[in-house]
Ligand binder design. Structure first.
Ligand code: SF4
Length: 566
């Protein structure tokens, strides 16, 4: 155990992904942290994934490398990219044979730490389950933390001492040193030994120093047919609903030289190179990079492309790469709504991009849209169908010229308000209303040939919103849903119906308080203690511009200081 001062013994870290193996191993963040832990001097790392739930008694959490119980190692490190995986944290802890609550664990138990993009934004819903959080990018912070742990182990420090001293490391958050205070349902203050101490989100300034790529090639995992290369972090466009556009500020990009070196390495193991980042069309040198991949007989598969940034050279390069499907994200159907979300994108630019891509040989297009955005009107929802039909006309017209008819696939998601965005104060619309908007789009586009519509479940969006905007009191719900799942009950039923009486009895807060309520500007937000270097006033100003459908130009990191991140 971590607290037995055994000089010279290597520290064992179980890196655990609170979901299936195929998702965890397809996650670049998880693979990157695994490399850091597995190569850290004086440490060894074994992986573990959420045991399959098949109705039989909950399975033990065993490591992949040695099949030993995860709770036997010195540290259980949870890597959490999506807030919906917060629901699986109790199963991970119980599977590891550990008490659920941090306050119930002692020197006999491993330290439970968590990191990953979900906890960057708001770790509070799982704060009472974890001993420490690492807030930010791991490349520099994690080795620092491991060195601290080594020294603590050498000195025989107690668990309490470790929590207190670890909190002095930039980016490390020890929730037990902060005590939230409520007046009725409202979070009003935070006390405790570190009250008033913000937690700095850690960032890597130069991405070329830490090339982030696939570390383990595995067939049976998400993106398993690709070699993934992270090309940038952050985004300059500032779409007001998008967490990645604010939590990773300022934008940082990898150089074409270092990316090309990774391409060489990647093509030795895979024929497709997945280029990862918030937005790829405005990556410096993207067309040349895609050409370089095609020249080497590979296929480039870039993440989402902003339509107006797709140059003729990039479209041609994608054609050369035999890209079957390209994703563009209008997000909103009307010009007004695109100004509200600060998409900086005109309809003509979207139509031009669709035509150009098909002209260069791209067969299918995937389009991202959202419903339920702040200030949305019925006409804005109708405009999604109108824009889709306009794209279809250009797309099919050009396709016919080239003797091929592709498909348009719409992915329509519900707006989920995220911390650290201008829309963090806005509620999610009612589930019934969201269903109605999706139904109207299905009615208009369902009968149209060559158009497919995939709609995300509004209930899933409700859950996401609860877990992204909630505070520590959500932990009670997470345990309730975990127990419900063990009884074979659906989380929606547990969350919504039949249990109202029980909810009050169990002292659980009404989840609608976090999902369907507008937060006041003066209100203390559960994630306010994290310092993302983006000023809260900047986010508020951006929200007010949104409500007047006013846009903000993209970031110019060479001159601008407006949000505080540069
Ligand atoms: S300071 Fe300006 S350029 Fe830098 S991230 Fe903020 S808005 Fe963008």
């Amino acid at each position: 155990m971590l607290f037995t001062p055994a000089r010279g013994r290597r520290t064992g870290v179980c890196l655990a992904y609170p979901n299936r193996y195929s998702l965890g191993m397809g996650n670049l963040g998880f693979q990157t942290v695994y490399r850091i832990l597995a190569t850290a001097p004086g440490h060894y790392c074994e992986r573990a994934f959420l045991p399959e739930r098949d109705g039989s008694p909950p399975r033990r959490l065993l490591t992949l490398e040695s099949g030993r119980p995860a709770g036997e190692l010195d540290v259980l490190a949870l890597s959490i990219s999506f807030e919906t995986d917060y629901l699986n944290v109790p199963a991970m802890l119980e599977g590891a044979g550990l008490p659920l609550w941090s306050s119930e664990r002692d020197e006999r138990h491993p330290l439970v730490i968590a990191g990953g993009s979900a906890v960057f934004l708001n770790p509070e819903p799982i704060a009472d389950f974890c001993d420490l959080f690492l807030i930010g990018e791991a490349e520099e912070m994690l080795p620092e933390f491991l060195a601290f742990l080594d020294a603590a182990r050498e000195s025989g420090a107690s668990r309490r001492q470790i929590l207190e001293e670890a909190a002095a490391i930039a980016g490390v958050y020890a929730p037990r040193l902060y005590e939230p205070r409520y007046e009725g349902p409202r979070l009003v203050d935070v006390g405790g030994p570190r009250a008033g101490c913000g937690v700095e989100r850690r960032l890597v300034a130069d991405l070329d120093r830490f090339p982030t790529t696939t570390q383990i090639l595995a067939e049976d995992v998400a993106f398993g047919d690709m070699f993934l290369i992270e090309a940038s972090r952050g985004c300059q466009w500032g779409c007001r609903f998008c967490a990645a556009g604010f939590m990773y500020r300022p934008l940082r990009t990898r150089s074409v030289e270092s990316l090309t070196a990774d391409v060489e390495r990647g093509l030795a193991g895979r024929s497709t190179i997945g280029l990862v980042g918030a937005e790829m069309a405005s990556l410096p040198g993207i067309a040349a990079l895609c050409d370089a991949i095609a020249d080497r007989g590979g296929r480039a598969s870039p993440a989402s492309l902003k339509a107006d940034c797709i140059s003729p050279a990039l479209a041609a390069a994608l054609g050369r790469n035999r890209s079957r499907t390209v994703t563009i994200a209008p997000e909103a159907g009307s010009e007004r709504m695109r100004r509200v979300i600060n998409k900086n994108l005109r309809e003509a630019e979207i139509l031009r991009a669709a035509e150009m891509l098909v002209g260069e040989g791209v067969r299918d297009l995937k389009l991202y849209f959202m419903v339920g955005l702040p200030s949305e009107r019925d006409a804005d929802v109708e405009a999604i169908a109108d824009l889709t039909l306009a794209i279809r006309e250009r797309f099919l017209g050009k396709g016919k010229e080239h003797g091929r008819i592709g498909r348009l696939t719409l992915s329509v998601n519900n707006f989920v308000p995220k911390p650290w965005t201008p829309f963090q104060w806005d509620p999610m619309i009612e589930v019934g209303e969201a269903k109605g908007k999706l139904a109207r789009l299905r009615a208009r586009l369902g009968p149209v040939p060559n158009v497919d519509l995939e709609g995300e479940s509004p209930r899933e969006a409700y859950l996401q919103t609860l877990l992204s905007r909630g505070d520590r009191r959500i932990a009670g719900w997470i345990v309730e849903l975990h127990r419900g799942a063990q009884r074979g009950e659906s989380w929606w039923r547990a969350l919504r119906s039949g249990r109202r009486g029980k909810r009050a009895a169990a002292g659980l807060v009404d989840p609608d308080w976090f999902v369907h309520r507008s937060y006041d500007y003066a209100e203390r937000l559960p994630w306010d203690f994290i310092d993302h270097r983006v000023r809260k006033l900047y986010l508020r100003t951006e929200r007010e511009k949104a409500l007047r459908a006013r846009e903000t130009p993209p970031c110019d990191v060479s001159t601008c200081k407006s949000c505080g991140a540069c």
